[in-house]
Design a protein around this ligand. Structure first.
Ligand code: MN
Length: 232
């Protein structure tokens, strides 16, 4: 006789995925590698869904169709400055050509999805928070500065947040918890595993890998990039 099953087959999972940058093939590879169950799993992208890579619109389409959640990344924000209903030009337009090129491929539903991305996702069910770049300790989530939440990488020796890798130590190494923060945006440093923060930008668009952190188990799953799309 087989024992009667008394517990559910699997607890619901939250799968947080690093910077996709238009790498639709690798996103699908990674979802398969995670044995995604669309009826049970929650999927959250850490932002920078678009730009640099081959199929930004395809990534947005998959995200919409599969009800994948995400937070706003700095490249998503740059593309949004080209939205049809925006007159805002407050962002740096340093790389505006490639962002304008992405903008021209987007349809109304893509703009609605991109324009609706929040700065953070509070995954209370697994005691975690997802942001694109970083958080400043001691400031409530809702009051974190937008520019830093999508751009910061380091804490300087003086304790100030900085966008530059070489300006100091990884911000996550100083994050005191207790909430676990999952973030991307730092492909130079790559995978970061701090006590209360995990960085999962492993540089897929630069030819390295796309990485997922599966919660609540804190299990990492990666798939290799199919090719190098841009130089870092
Ligand atoms: Mn970024």
């Amino acid at each position: 006789m087989f024992p009667e099953r008394t517990s559910p087959i699997g607890a619901p999972r939250t799968i947080v995925i690093g910077d996709v940058h238009g790498c639709l093939d690798e996103l699908q590879d990674l979802l398969r590698a995670c044995a995604i169950d669309w009826s049970a799993d929650r999927v959250v992208l850490v932002g920078d869904l678009v730009a640099k890579g081959p199929d930004s619109r395809g990534v947005l389409q998959l995200a919409r169709e599969r009800k994948i959640e995400a937070v706003l990344g700095n490249h998503d924000a740059k593309v949004l400055t080209f939205a049809p209903d925006t007159s805002a030009t407050d962002e740096s337009h340093k790389s505006s050509k490639q962002h304008a090129r992405v903008a021209r491929t987007l349809h109304a539903a893509d703009w609605a999805y991109l324009g609706g991305l929040p700065l953070y996702r509070d995954l209370w069910e697994v005691n975690a928070v997802v942001v694109h770049a970083g958080l400043i300790a001691g400031i409530p989530l809702a009051h974190q500065p937008r520019d830093l939440i999508i751009n910061m990488r380091s804490i300087t020796p003086e304790g100030e947040p900085s966008k530059r890798v070489e300006a100091g130590v990884p911000w996550g190494s100083r994050w005191p918890g207790p909430r676990h923060v999952v973030f991307g945006h730092d492909a130079v440093r790559g995978l970061q595993q701090h006590p209360f923060a995990t960085g999962i930008d492993t540089g897929c668009v630069y030819g390295r890998a796309l990485t997922a952190l599966i919660l609540p188990d804190h299990r990492l799953v990666s798939v290799p990039a199919r090719r190098t799309y841009v130089a870092i």
